[in-house]
Design a protein around this ligand. Structure first.
Ligand SMILES: [Zn+2]
Length: 361
């Protein structure tokens, strides 16, 4: 079990340290003494009346750090030549994003109906309420989540569960999504191993679709998927508490899901035995994805958790990883059919991806 310590950055943003079990770091940490500009204005949400979806428009995100040299990395611990976002050494650190797409404001509405516009009026703009945090997986600039020790992976899971619990209680927050974008190929702007947590004020389009499926199939949907994939050609790992598999209708050249056997809605509900097993299953899946080819695989991966609203409890926690990599030097791009029509054309059968992954797990 890791230890949490709370601090503040110079402009008032929250900073949390999560120290590994048995960490040798001192409890006292240096303060952030930088002179920082005032925090940017809140982004806005605009309603797209054709899709009925909310679009967050953040004018300030354009100026954020883009692939800085390693000695000016904002996620490495500060050193004599450069003051980063982390004033002192750490094992895992979490802090509020300096240029957030979603942030807390005074008087944020906590009414879920605030985001429902049944008649889709034109020109609707609302404040982009929520929260964005950065999760730094390691003080080391090189490496990845997959290259971390199991002790560290457990600290990362503890951090995600702790932050999910805290953020879910913030006014106006409906959904907490911890995720990782990995690889320059998919637009990562910092190489340092890190993930993010986005908290949204509404039930996202992806979740809306899952709730529509729950109402069509019935509340056993997640359990039925689990039992359908267990023992199939697509199963990757079957533990006592979790099963990893490539989904039956995977869209991407590499795709993997981890699903708990017990119906839990989010990471905060996992017990000690489940967390211990998940640490190992999570790490194995990520290492496997990186071992398919000679170089690291770009991916998007995240923890899908139940949104907070009455009636939302049939949503089961699951981890989903997707990668556009279809060969050592080839990526799948979302072209006409996928990006314009939302109609995916898979490059090869999910059973083949599963066979490739099982060889290296
Ligand atoms: Zn770094």
């Amino acid at each position: 079990m890791s230890t949490k310590r709370e601090a503040k950055l110079a402009d008032g943003r929250d900073l949390f340290y999560f120290d590994d079990a048995g960490s040798i770091l001192s409890a006292d940490r240096k303060q952030d003494t930088r002179e920082l500009d005032a925090r940017p204005e809140l982004a806005e949400m605009r309603l797209d009346v054709l899709s009925g979806e909310w679009i967050s428009v953040a004018a300030h995100r354009h100026g954020r750090a883009f692939l800085p040299p390693a000695h000016e990395c904002p996620l490495c611990p500060s050193h004599s030549g450069f003051a980063s976002e982390l004033p002192d050494n750490f094992d895992v650190a979490v802090f509020e994003n300096r240029n957030p797409s979603f942030a807390q404001i005074a008087g944020a509405s906590d009414d879920p109906h605030y985001w429902v516009e049944p008649k889709l009026p034109l020109g609707v703009v609302k404040p982009s309420i929520g929260r964005c945090e950065v999760v730094v997986f390691s003080p080391e600039h090189d490496g990845s989540l997959a290259s971390q020790s199991l002790t560290r992976v457990r600290t990362i899971l503890d951090a995600l569960a702790d932050r999910t619990d805290a953020i879910m209680r913030m006014p106006g927050v409906r959904t907490v999504f911890p995720f990782e974008n990995r690889g320059q190929e998919i637009g990562v702007t910092l190489h340092h191993p890190h993930g993010q947590i986005y908290a949204y004020p509404y039930v996202t389009p992806t979740q809306e679709k899952i709730y529509a499926s729950l109402s069509r199939h019935g509340n056993s949907l997640f359990q039925d998927i689990l039992e359908f994939e267990q023992g199939s050609e697509r199963e990757l790992i079957r533990g006592e508490h979790f099963t990893a598999f490539v989904p039956f209708a995977a869209r991407w050249p590499i795709e993997a899901t981890i699903m708990p056997h017990r119906h839990v809605q989010n990471l905060t509900e996992l017990n000690e035995d489940e967390l211990a097993e998940l640490t190992s299953v999570y790490s194995r899946v990520l290492r496997g994805v990186d071992a398919i080819y000679d170089s690291p695989t770009p991916y998007v991966a995240g923890w899908h958790q139940a949104p907070r609203f009455d009636g939302g409890e049939n949503f089961r926690l699951h981890f989903k990883l997707t990668s556009p990599r279809r060969a050592a030097d080839k990526l799948k791009y979302l072209a006409g059919s996928e990006s314009a029509m939302g109609a995916f054309i898979a490059d090869f059968p999910p059973e083949k991806t599963a066979a490739q992954l099982r060889e290296v797990l």
